[in-house]
Write a protein that binds this ligand. Sequence first.
Ligand code: BMA
Length: 370
Amino acid sequence: MKIVRKLSIIVLIAAMLAPSCKTEEVSGRTKLLDCLKASVDAGKILYGHQDDLCYGHAWKVEDPAADELIRSDVKDVCGKYPAMLGLELGEIELGGDKSLDAVPFVLIRRAALKQVERGGVVTFSWHPRNPLTGDTAWDVSSDQVVASILEGGENHAKFMGWLQILGDFFDTLRDADGKRIPFIFRPWHENTGSWFWWGQKLCTREQYLALWQLTFDYMVKERGFDNILWCFSPNMDVDADGYMERYPGDEIIDVMGFDAYTYVMEDAATQDAACKEFTAKLAWSLEFLTRLGKEHKKIIALSETGLESFEYPTWWMETLYPAIKDYPIAYVLTWRNAWDKPEHFFGPWKGFKYEDDFKIFAELEQIVLI
Ligand code: BMA
């Protein structure tokens, strides 16, 4: 049983349960959705880690075109790969060969294909530059950026060119038979905060919704991508009404997610309180997200989480797990372990003082790795 991949079993069960998985005519979107639903129904939560196969704490793939992609910080600690692989496409729109995190797109493509080949799932995020100023996604100096890229805006043509470049990359994500692989796409995230140019205070509700519609229509209607699951992931600082205020609509969204980070202070006593508060807040949020998911017939997820540097010995088992264990989330994804910034890590790595806490989490029956 140990060597059998849990996710493959789930995919197999899904294929047996859902007749749609058997027919070739069914889109990749439907297939992946059915498999994730079957996994949720089986009470499982996929564990995900951002950029996992591309680099980790103090190492990176040196030969993007030929590396076998067998290294993983998660695997180094618990012997298995994450079932969900997050990958970041920021700056692909500039037409260069590396992302904003200096990861070659060649490697990102190979990592995505390898993940699917192993029986796992891929989710893409995208932090595109500010199309008005040319600065980063975090440039919030103007509240006219979204307006400028919508139809009739001065940067509309430029932005459509960016979507075209992104679509061209998506089109290269094909398996050995030449079929487009299914994946989750999670653009315009953390919109309830105001730190990205598409954030709450940077555009109106109508503009934000139009941005989603534009992105979706281009990819699905114009380019025919029927292999994408669309994930909406506001930041966890809202109630149900706040979450739904800018919900792009049931026609567009497949996964209702949340991004939620733990922030802790220096001293132990404050840390403890901050972690406890996070657990309570996350459980409260997942309670209403579960309700919203049922109402809208969508799967739900914790699309980004973590505690930077983990200066807390039991974050996995005493902070994260109690908050998620009773909710039907399809997956939980922790953010990246930067190879070039020793303090910037949100996942496990071999040799870290609290790695055992992750190992216990990864060995739980409910948590799926591959
Ligand atoms: C942020 C940080 C940045 C990174 C960005 C996109 O949360 O990790 O260092 O550039 O995500 O991956």
